[in-house]
Design a protein around this ligand. Structure first.
Ligand SMILES: C[S@@+](CC[C@H](N)C(=O)[O-])C[C@H]1O[C@@H](n2cnc3c(N)ncnc32)[C@H](O)[C@@H]1O
Ligand code: SF4
Length: 386
């Protein structure tokens, strides 16, 4: 059983925007600073943003908290603890709250794991990326495979729940080599793995190399073969995909990410964080200033770092619901779509996509993308939303 949908899920996303170095493939909002970060100043600003969000959506019970980045494992445990305390001062926190922190798997960061647990973190997500030192070097990572596995080992002894990320469809990667690496990863993974196909993001060093023909990634067919290998091995090992790139033992899904994919409500705090808040019957899409120092100054003068705060139209909410929900193996509830959109999904389009084998309707009446539809998910969503 997948973690059951909850009508009352409310998440808090906390963005820590700093990294020790910038990986050449990454376009997340992450910045390298050579001077020490003034963490108490950041705590004050996070606390102000949490208070501002809570004033707009009071009375919620926080079911999940996610420290993402950047590299949150560069934060002092006391900083994490202070942010968790601020959340608990402004909202009720569910007794079984899931508190995840993204960590880079270096030995230095692993030494802080016990402190994070004492602060209230109960799940870590480690950016292992590859179990092959040549690939790690090419990805610009600062850790070796052995160091990453040692960090996974530390995580295993300290946290009941942990996950790690791998990037596949890397240059020259064959399905056979990936199968060996993935099986090794599964042997180390307890309950959850995130497996991302390498994406060439615009304006990254990888995009420049790619455009110059100096970085060749698997073509569509080769990437499809790697995807098929991924599904086969993970399903066989009891870690089926519950989302396009996320695999878990049933019941061990990341509840925070489910908040996004099930279109529930969440507050986003910190530089470049996004949120979705339900106020007076309207859904607001929020986003904060991305540059860390500009965010600090904005929060210090205005009490929040918002640069976007817009009411979503029915159409936008309905499109977002499909875009996020169809990423999930459980699919979407067509009745919820109809309530959001004010119209039902076009039965002719559903019929055509079903006949093509891209979507199916479950016995419970949910619409979901099939295994063969997932590689063309964007096209399926565009078709249904049109
Ligand atoms: C915010 S980052 C992870 C946190 C941490 N800083 C780290 O790198 O270990 C989230 C994940 O996105 C994935 N990712 C980032 N850029 C990617 C890209 N261009 N293609 C595929 N996966 C990517 C990586 O697996 C990474 O662990
Ligand atoms: S992949 Fe992680 S460590 Fe690398 S730049 Fe992006 S956020 Fe930072």
């Amino acid at each position: 059983m997948t973690t059951a949908p909850s009508a009352t899920a409310f998440g808090v996303y906390v963005h820590w925007p700093f990294c020790l170095s910038k990986c050449p493939y990454c376009d997340f909002n992450s910045h390298v600073r050579h001077a020490a970060i003034d963490e108490p100043r950041f705590v004050q600003a996070f606390t102000a943003e949490i208070a501002a969000a809570a004033a707009r959506v009071p009375g919620r019970t926080v079911s999940t908290i996610f420290f993402g980045g950047g590299t949150p494992s560069l934060m002092q445990p006391a900083t994490v603890g202070a942010i968790l305390d601020a959340i608990a001062r402004h909202w009720a926190v569910a007794p079984d709250v899931e508190v995840t922190l993204e960590a880079n798997p270096t030995s230095v960061e692993a030494t802080r794991f016990r402190g994070y647990r004492a602060a209230g973190v109960n799940r870590v997500s480690l950016g292992v990326q590859a179990l092959d030192d040549t690939a790690l070097k090419e990805l610009g990572r600062l850790h070796s495979a052995q160091e990453a596995l040692a960090a996974v080992e530390v995580a295993r002894t300290i946290f009941d729940r942990y996950s790690f990320d791998l990037i596949y469809a890397r240059p020259r990667q064959t399905p056979d080599a990936w199968a060996i690496e993935l099986k090794r990863a599964i042997a180390e993974a307890a309950e959850h793995l995130s497996l991302y196909q390498l994406t060439i993001e615009q304006e990254t060093p990888f995009a420049v190399l790619h455009a110059a023909g100096k970085l060749v990634v698997p073509n569509e067919d080769a990437a499809r073969a790697l995807y098929d290998t991924t599904q086969e091995i993970c399903t066989g090992a009891g870690l089926p995909a519950y989302e396009v790139s996320n695999h878990a033992r049933p019941g061990a899904e990341c509840r925070h990410n489910l908040v996004y994919w099930r279109a529930h409500e969440y507050a986003g705090v910190g530089p470049g964080a996004h949120g979705r808040l339900d106020v007076d019957g309207e859904r607001y899409a929020t986003a904060t200033e991305k540059r860390p120092e500009a965010w600090l100054m904005r929060v210090e003068s205005l009490g929040h770092g918002l640069v976007t705060d817009e009411v979503l139209t029915r159409e936008q909410m309905a499109d977002e619901f499909l875009l996020m929900g169809l990423r999930l193996a459980e699919g979407v509830d067509p009745a919820r779509y109809a309530r959001l959109a004010g119209r039902t999904l076009d039965p002719r389009r559903v019929a055509v996509l079903s006949a093509e084998g891209a979507v199916e309707t479950t016995s419970g009446g949910r619409l979901r993308v099939t295994q063969s539809g997932f590689p063309v998910l964007d096209a399926v969503v565009a078709d249904l939303a049109a």
